[in-house]
Write a protein that binds this ligand. Structure first.
Ligand SMILES: NC(=O)c1ccc[n+]([C@@H]2O[C@H](COP(=O)([O-])OP(=O)(O)OC[C@H]3O[C@@H](n4cnc5c(N)ncnc54)[C@H](O)[C@@H]3O)[C@@H](O)[C@H]2O)c1
Ligand SMILES: [Zn+2]
Length: 363
């Protein structure tokens, strides 16, 4: 067992890393929750694999448990599924002295977390992330949200859980594509903050040789440090958006169907790094190393055929951007990132650098 405390002003909570902690969830929950009623928010895939075990573990400790499973996938991070969830939670007798456990990938963490943040102005929350991406990223930092048709995460809150439990065993049932998806974010942490992790990954032959018991806590530590420094996402935390400006735009452009989040971020990291190297804003040779890393985990790096104008339009609509340009995260070199404001004029330049080979047509 390994415990890491997240300390933000006025509040602290543990991230507990332990193989098999999922099957002992009842006794763990007993340590932090004195109430009776637990609502377990999950998705149908996760419920099918783990629902029974988790229910037995919690009921074994005398809790009343209601499992609410939403359809898997990003489409569940919607206002209509949120409304269904609020109603199901109320039907299950959820009150302010209940506990909501968000048990699943990032979709469940964001949706269940947002429901916990807002139902009756806040119900205590525990996060149990079951994908690699959720274990190293979405379950930490307290951001919870749902999407609107016009963009991702547009309705959200900052809501810290009582605890986060990370069980490496959950990764055993994860589809390879989703493991690689999470590796996209692992590469991001290495690229923005940690040259040693970057070199360690370069030495790996593929995902089989990554020691997740070491890498997951390591990534959580990086995220936690950045989040603690900047809880409300104004400065340092922006570094975590490396690859996300273009990544989010690509996800949206393809209606969340072509790329997983981590794949879109992989393309975003590489395309911006390649361009910024050409602009002289990143040390030469960085993009090649980044690509080598992404290739190892079968993550995409080149921009697919897209209408660049439309991509730029989507980027301009992004809530993180301003009228004059975007604050984007670039690499100085592997392991070091910085924030650069790029005017929209220059942004067009970045795209035109790539347009010869990649653009289908304008407009
Ligand atoms: N809040 C944040 O700070 C933050 C950060 C990064 C990403 N996110 C959000 O996270 C979401 C993506 O999360 P995700 O990649 O975990 O996707 P996801 O939640 O859709 O999970 C991916 C797939 O894996 C399945 N699954 C989950 N755990 C499993 C397990 N142990 N075994 C077998 N199958 C399992 C799910 O049913 C789903 O089909 C996006 O909505 C993104 O916006 C949020
Ligand atoms: Zn991300």
């Amino acid at each position: 067992m390994f415990k890491m405390m997240v300390e933000i002003p006025g509040y602290s909570y543990p991230i507990i890393f332990e193989r098999g902690i999922g099957s002992r969830l009842g006794s763990e929950t007993k340590k932090i929750f004195r109430g009776q009623n637990i609502a377990l928010v999950t998705d149908e895939n996760v419920a099918r694999i783990y629902g029974r075990e988790i229910r037995e573990s919690l009921e074994g400790q005398g809790f009343t448990v209601n499992i609410i499973a939403v359809p898997p996938g990003e489409k569940s991070k919607s206002l209509s599924v949120l409304e269904y969830l609020y109603n199901s939670l109320l039907d299950a007798g959820t009150r302010r002295d209940s506990l909501i456990i968000a048990f699943g990938g990032g979709v469940v963490g964001d949706l269940g977390g947002f429901a916990a943040a807002t139902l009756m102005r806040g119900i205590p929350l525990v996060q149990i992330p079951t994908t690699l991406l959720a274990q190293i990223d979405s379950s930490i930092g307290g951001k919870v949200a749902v999407d609107l048709p016009r963009g991702k995460n547009l309705v959200g809150a900052f809501y810290q859980p009582k605890a986060v439990y990370i069980d490496f065993n959950f990764l055993n049932t994860l589809e390879k594509r989703f493991l690689r998806d999470g590796l996209g974010e692992v590469v991001k942490y290495a690229a923005i903050r940690d040259r040693k992790l970057f070199d360690y990954l370069l030495d790996c032959s593929g995902e089989e040789c990554v020691d997740f018991e070491k890498v997951i806590p390591h990534c959580c530590f990086i995220k936690k440090e950045i989040v603690v420094e900047d809880e409300k996402d104004r400065g340092e935390r922006m570094l975590l958006n490396f690859g996300h400006t273009l990544g989010h735009a690509l996800e949206k452009y393809f209606h969340y169907e072509k790329f997983t989040h981590g794949e879109a971020v992989a393309v975003g990291m590489y395309v911006f790094t390649e361009s910024s190297e050409l602009m002289g804003w990143t040390k030469k040779g960085t993009a090649v190393l980044l690509k080598r890393l992404l290739d190892k985990f079968f993550l995409p790096s080149s921009l697919p055929i897209v209408k660049v104008d439309r991509i730029v339009e989507i980027i301009k609509e992004d809530k993180k951007n301003f009228d004059t340009g975007i604050n984007t995260v670039l690499l100085e070199e592997p392991g070091k990132a910085y924030i650069k404001n790029i005017s929209f004029q220059n942004l067009d330049l970045i795209y035109s650098l790539l347009s010869g080979q990649l653009v289908e047509g304008k407009g």
